[in-house]
Design a protein around this ligand. Structure first.
Ligand code: SF4
Length: 424
């Protein structure tokens, strides 16, 4: 992630990372400028850093609009936009000149990570060629720019060597990866690898860590990845995070969503035929401008059929600069709330039934955390931070984060599982 890259560079130059405001020579605030509520939070975070420390460098999405920040907080030292790593470093160098030190002035082999060491986010491209009406990411981050597969694989290889056991592949549109590079081919470990999500997934899977794909659109060529997911030796987890956002064709059209016309239910059935254990996660927006009760009901019916494993849902919110703001027939707040409640009821019921079906199964889990009460783990069906957990609350004391162990599932809740270590 962007913060990790900045920290990696600063650490490599000999800077220390302070856990609190008081001990720091300067504070970098990485902002998000997407939802209006996130913008307000970012401004609050900048204000807090100014009050607590006084020397603040702002970066991230909100930095694309410097006046917005300096208008509210004229005392910030510098404002840099998204992915302007060099400018962030320059601003830090000015605020706190680096101590030249030949022993630390080398980029370490492994990144300094904010996430626990055993999983890492792997960003494979930046920007997006779509124009979803509720989204301003293409305006802020530009068109799709993919990293060459060999560069992604080198970074991933280093992470795995440094002890990472799970790679989370992220981008704005993972299925589009490589399209801007015309899927050019390079050599990696003596094999031809094209800049395509198929080849990249295959090679990432060979590194020996779990590989999880996020933000994939249901394009026909995604079908080619599913057989790899069905093969446990491929390393590619049977998990797809697909932001469907809605199911009614008219709503999707008003959203200008990619793959809006795709026959997603048929595609899901076909995927499950090839890989029955596949976990499908998605996010949805309810109360999009013009969403009728019939469209919403269509979404609920679709959910009953699609039986997705993991689901997040947001109530539509205007975002400054988004084209959806100008659409007619905005949905009143209380109807949005009511639809969200009904949607979540359905999603929770489906999730609970899916988890219930896992009781009695023997599953591999990765340990995230161990405290006095339990080991918090995840199955292959759970991405960190957004999905559920599996807890082991007996005989867990010797476990360590990053370990992969086998568990017999004993109990299920609405979102989480409980189990015990498989004997032997
Ligand atoms: S696919 Fe749509 S929602 Fe996703 S980043 Fe691109 S424009 Fe935004």
């Amino acid at each position: 992630m962007d913060s990790e890259r900045i920290l990696t560079r600063l650490r490599a130059e000999g800077y220390g990372i302070s856990p609190d405001y008081a001990g720091a020579d300067a504070v970098i605030v990485n902002t998000c400028g997407f939802l209006d509520s996130a913008k307000a939070e970012s401004l609050d975070a900048i204000g807090e850093a100014l009050a607590e420390n006084g020397r603040v460098v702002v970066t991230g999405c909100l930095g694309a609009d410097p006046e917005y920040i300096t208008g509210a907080h004229p005392k910030v030292l510098a404002v840099t936009g998204p992915h302007q790593y060099e400018q962030v470093l320059d601003a830090v160098h000015q605020a706190v000149p680096p101590d030249p030190d030949p022993f630390v002035d080398l980029l370490p082999a492994a990144s300094v990570q904010l996430t626990p060491r055993h999983y890492a986010y792997l960003k494979i491209s930046e920007g997006c060629n779509h124009r979803c009406k509720f989204c301003i990411i293409p305006d802020m981050r530009g068109r799709l720019v993919s990293r060459p597969a060999s560069s992604v694989l080198r970074e991933a290889g280093r992470l795995v060597e440094a002890g990472v056991r799970e790679l989370l592949v992220i981008s704005q549109d993972t299925s589009a990866y490589g399209a801007d590079r015309k899927n050019s081919v390079s050599m990696w470990k003596g094999r031809e690898v094209s800049d395509s999500i198929h080849d990249l997934s295959r090679e990432l899977g060979r590194l020996g860590a779990w590989v999880r794909l996020h933000y994939v659109y249901p394009y026909p060529f995604v079908d080619r990845i599913i057989p790899m997911m069905a093969d446990p030796s491929s390393g590619l987890l049977p998990y797809l995070d697909i932001p469907f956002q809605h199911a009614h064709p008219d709503t999707l059209k008003r959203m200008a969503r990619p793959a809006a016309a795709a026959k997603t239910l048929e595609r899901i059935v076909a995927w499950r035929d090839i890989c029955p254990e596949i976990t499908l996660r998605s996010t949805f927006i309810v109360g999009y401008p013009g969403e009728t009760e019939a469209e919403f009901q269509h979404l609920l019916d679709w959910m009953e059929e699609a039986q997705l494993d993991r689901v997040g849902c947001f109530q539509y919110e205007n975002v400054a600069g988004a084209r959806s703001n100008a659409l007619p027939d905005h949905v009143p707040e209380e109807i949005k709330q009511d639809r969200w409640n009904r949607f979540m009821e359905t999603a929770q019921r489906i999730s609970a039934a899916k988890l219930d079906a896992k009781v009695g199964q023997r599953l591999e889990v990765i340990v995230d955390e161990v405290d006095d009460e339990a080991a918090t783990c995840r199955t292959k069906a759970d991405a960190p931070e957004i999905d559920g957990n599996l807890f082991i609350d007996e005989g867990f004391e010797h476990l360590r984060p990053g370990q992969i162990v086998t568990v017999d599932v004993e109990e299920a809740g609405d979102y989480d599982l409980w189990g015990r270590l498989t004997p032997g």
